[in-house]
Design a protein around this ligand. Structure first.
Ligand SMILES: [Zn+2]
Ligand SMILES: [Zn+2]
Length: 103
């Protein structure tokens, strides 16, 4: 099953309107329309969130919005357990370093 999200009106929907069109500028292209507000090219395809299995995320995001908020919260709580100098050390440590390299 596919899901789409409209940037313009915020609708989340199972289906979009697809129209093929041809222009000299872009050649053949498929344009996606939002079924709710009717705007073109404002619909983004969503993917299931790999972290919570019930949320939906944008293609370019790693996890859904709820998981993003929760993870940020958990991270903040973790860092609050350290004094400021240690947090500043973490700051330097993470500067340009991938978290993946640390785990
Ligand atoms: Zn819309
Ligand atoms: Zn999620």
């Amino acid at each position: 099953m596919k899901r789409f999200w409209c940037r313009e009106c915020g609708a989340i929907t199972d289906h979009v309107i697809r129209k093929n069109r041809h222009s000299s500028e872009y050649g053949n292209e498929t344009v996606l329309y939002c079924p709710w507000c009717g705007d073109e090219n404002c619909v983004e395809e969503l993917e299931p969130c790999p972290s919570c299995d019930y949320g939906w995320k944008l293609k370019d995001d790693h996890i859904c919005e709820k998981c993003q908020l929760r993870s940020k919260d958990e991270l903040a709580r973790f860092f609050r357990g350290y004094s400021k100098p240690v947090r500043e050390f973490f700051d330097d440590l993470l500067d340009g370093t991938s978290v993946e390299d640390l785990v």
